[in-house]
Design a binder for this molecule. Structure first.
Ligand code: FVH
Length: 307
């Protein structure tokens, strides 16, 4: 197989394939990054076209969508857009008959665009979302989401499993990116809550290390409410389970007031407070807080509150 892109994540992917006995060809824009892997048994390709030609299964994991297009255009168009002199190939047709697996973070629309482009070059396409950080690759804690060509996923499923769990989400190429971005949204919401909490506790000298175990157990306890909320969200029926939205909107004001009193920036919390208030104003106050999801869905595209 071939791995294109040897940043922190691409290196971890290539190492996992090598460690599991898969002959692996690697390529990176900055060629020096291939050397360490070559010393571990990888074949370092001189050009990206050569790297693609080396294997039926090609994994690309670079910074972003623009980098993917930069690399593929260079490989297939023979253009000179790569920064490394001589790195571009004249490989028109080199992708044909291969499977390209794009594990670069991107939007669903970008995944669909790349899928169309790859199909136009006669190749199969899988888009993926890596739900792991580099040291987790190859461990049981790692999960990679895939969508796109079902045939390719089934053909290479065992190979993908060397990276960790492999979950196939269907033929719609943007689906893995949608799940990836949605899960990252949950993660950043959690990070924001954690950062605000330790800033607040720290405003009276409580060390983050002392306070953090309480945050971890509190968030774990609260996460047990998610499946019940999910049922309410899917059904559209949000009966209160004892902590109705109106009560939460009132007590949320204390979060903002305490933050101001303690000299902690309220920027992370204000949008949540505003959303709770909108929920009450929309007549949802007697029900569960999960009802505010309907307000998020109703936000017009490009609404500043959703950006
Ligand atoms: N690392 C992580 O924790 C996360 C975990 C979840 C998945 N993400 C996504 O994985 C993609 C790669 O991330 P990374 O951590 O490997 O990123 P870097 O270490 O910064 O390496 C970037 C690689 O991209 C190459 N590159 C950048 N720009 C271009 C370009 N215009 N043309 C060709 N290649 C480009 C860069 O090459 P070089 O700088 O070494 O020459 C690296 O190989 C990413 O989508 C994460 O969101 C990681």
């Amino acid at each position: 197989m071939t791995v294109i892109g040897l940043g922190a994540m691409g290196r971890a992917l290539a190492e996992a394939f090598l460690d599991n006995g898969h002959p692996t060809t690697v390529w990176n824009r900055t060629a020096a990054r291939s050397e360490e892997l070559a010393a571990r048994g990888a074949t370092a390709a001189a050009t990206v076209a050569e790297a693609i030609a080396a294997s039926p299964l090609v994994v690309i994991c670079v910074l972003d969508h623009a980098s993917v297009r930069n690399v593929l255009d260079a490989a297939l168009g023979g253009t000179d857009v790569l920064d490394t002199p001589g790195a571009s190939g004249s490989g028109t047709g080199v992708l044909a008959g291969r499977t390209l697996v794009n594990l670069t973070n991107g939007t669903p629309a970008q995944a669909r665009e790349t899928a169309r482009w790859v199909a136009g070059h006669g190749a199969e396409y899988l888009d993926g979302g890596i739900m792991a950080v580099p040291p987790m690759i190859g461990t049981s804690g790692s999960l990679v989401l895939y969508s796109g060509s079902q045939e390719s996923f089934r053909a290479h499923e065992r190979t993908f499993e060397v990276l960790g769990g492999a979950m196939y989400l269907g033929v719609e190429p943007g689906r893995a990116a949608l799940y990836d971005i949605a899960l990252l949204s949950a993660m950043y919401g959690m990070f924001g809550g954690f950062f605000h909490a330790v800033a607040l506790a720290g405003s009276e000298g409580v060390p983050a290390t002392e306070f953090t175990p309480l945050v971890v157990s509190w968030l774990n306890a609260m996460a047990t409410a998610f499946p019940g909320m999910a049922e309410a969200i899917d059904s559209g029926d949000h009966p209160s389970t004892g902590s109705n939205l109106r009560m939460q909107a009132v007590s949320f004001v204390n979060l903002l007031d305490t933050s101001r009193d303690q000299g902690v920036d309220t920027g992370l919390l204000e949008p949540m407070g505003a959303l709770l208030d909108r929920g009450v104003a929309a007549g949802l106050g007697a029900g569960d807080v999960s009802a505010v999801v309907d307000l998020l869905r109703a936000a017009p595209a490009g609404d500043a509150r959703t950006r």
